[in-house]
Design a protein around this ligand. Structure first.
Ligand SMILES: [Zn+2]
Ligand SMILES: [Zn+2]
Length: 400
């Protein structure tokens, strides 16, 4: 199957992909439990004649297309899409806007699913022309960074057919790519994204008698500002990290000194060495401040997705395939990794593969809003690119 043929077929089914995406966009669900999404995807896959395997991680599941060519060594490539939406109120008046109050596909995972269905249709049609297997991985709970890990634990990679390589994409404005361009990067593309919880215990009392108290709110404020020094003073300036406190809860009334303060935040890093050091650096700060001010603390560091690392050889195969199909000028290198996290990283830790960016920024169409914003939308005219690249890269990789 040559590149031009795949491109033409994918362009022909773009409108169908749009319809799938719009249904999914109207029915956003969050976390692991995505019954409407799961049912819809399985129905479409059944219509396409694709074999559905078991569920992994709640509503997550696998589906497989067997190539019909004989070959002594049957390899398997996975095509991965996330499935979940956000707890966010969509502010759109578009006729395909969310019908689920307070939930929205504000990250583009609806488009990922629809493009994966598109690729499933194409690969099912081409199955007489390749050997090996394509395993589709429909993954829940990406936004909370837990879905990929849960699917791996339940055996999605080790159950037959075992997965040897993987490809996935993120559409939208993350890398500011204009509509129609794709972005690649060898090596680290996205950051490890961990979570911290801090509970500070002081001694509450009357607002007029601070000398009899240990003010947990003041201790917490000091911890927040001292944590800024972790990145600026303890991390190699040539490396990158982020420590951001996003929640701070303390106090019950204007004239009462707070007994407790609760803080939570996100910690991002781009190398495993830095990531290993961060829990200790952070706890040093909390311990120092609490000791100085006479407070106690509890500190919890929760590891999320690791650094997302794209395999160099696989990415080279992707670049060649995309260049041939879209023209080299539309295949651009993402020069810097982003500090955003993405749990595709768990899959890429197990097997080689690549996660590429699919640009859909077009101000005239209003598709330039940031992700996780109530105005977010994607350019539906680029969907064929995702379906075509999934297909072409899978076929090229399976051909060896
Ligand atoms: Zn997101
Ligand atoms: Zn996303």
């Amino acid at each position: 199957m040559n590149s031009d043929e795949i491109k033409k077929k994918a362009q022909e089914i773009n409108q169908e992909i749009v319809e799938w995406r719009r249904y999914l966009h109207q029915h956003p669900e969050t976390g692991f439990d995505l019954p409407v999404t799961e049912t819809y995807l399985k129905e479409r896959l059944q219509e396409l004649g694709v074999e559905i395997k078991k569920n992994y991680g709640g509503s997550g599941f696998a589906a497989v297309i067997q190539g019909e060519q004989e070959s002594p060594e049957k390899k398997t490539i996975a095509i991965r899409t996330d499935m979940d939406a956000l707890n966010l109120q969509e502010s759109s008046s578009r006729d395909y806007a969310s019908q689920h109050d307070g939930k929205m596909h504000g990250c583009g995972h609806d488009a990922h699913m629809a493009m994966a269905l598109g690729a499933a249709g194409l690969l099912q049609e081409y199955r007489s022309s390749f050997s090996g297997q394509v395993k589709f991985i429909f993954q829940p709970a990406e936004e909370i960074g837990e879905g990929a890990e849960a699917m791996l634990k339940e055996g999605v990679f080790t159950d037959e057919p075992e997965v040897d390589a993987i490809i996935g994409t993120h559409i939208g404005s993350i890398w500011s790519l204009p509509s129609g361009q794709v972005g690649y990067r060898k090596g680290p593309l996205m950051a490890a994204a961990d979570k911290i919880n801090i509970r500070i215990r002081g001694k509450g009392g009357h607002g007029a008698k601070p000398q009899e108290t240990v003010d947990a709110l003041v201790v917490g404020a000091e911890v927040v500002s001292s944590l800024q020094n972790v990145v600026s003073r303890r991390i190699d300036p040539l490396d990158s990290a982020v420590v951001s406190i996003g929640e701070f809860r303390a106090g019950s009334a204007f004239n009462i000194i707070a007994e407790e303060a609760e803080l939570s935040g996100t910690v991002r890093s781009l190398s495993s060495e830095t990531r290993e050091q961060l829990p200790e650096f952070i706890e040093d700060v909390i311990e120092g401040v609490c000791l100085e001010m006479g407070a106690d603390y509890e500190f919890e560091y929760t590891y999320g997705p690791p650094v997302l690392e794209n395999d160099a050889d696989f990415t080279e195969l992707f670049i060649e395939t995309a260049g041939k199909m879209l023209g080299e000028e539309n295949v651009v290198e993402i020069s810097q990794p982003t500090m955003g996290g993405e749990d595709m990283a768990f899959f890429l830790q197990e097997v080689p593969g690549t996660f590429f960016g699919l640009g859909s920024v077009n101000p005239e169409k209003g598709t330039d809003a940031p992700h996780h914003n109530p105005e977010f939308d994607v350019d539906e005219d680029v969907f064929w690119i995702g379906a075509a690249l999934f297909t072409a890269v899978a076929l090229k990789w399976l051909a060896g």
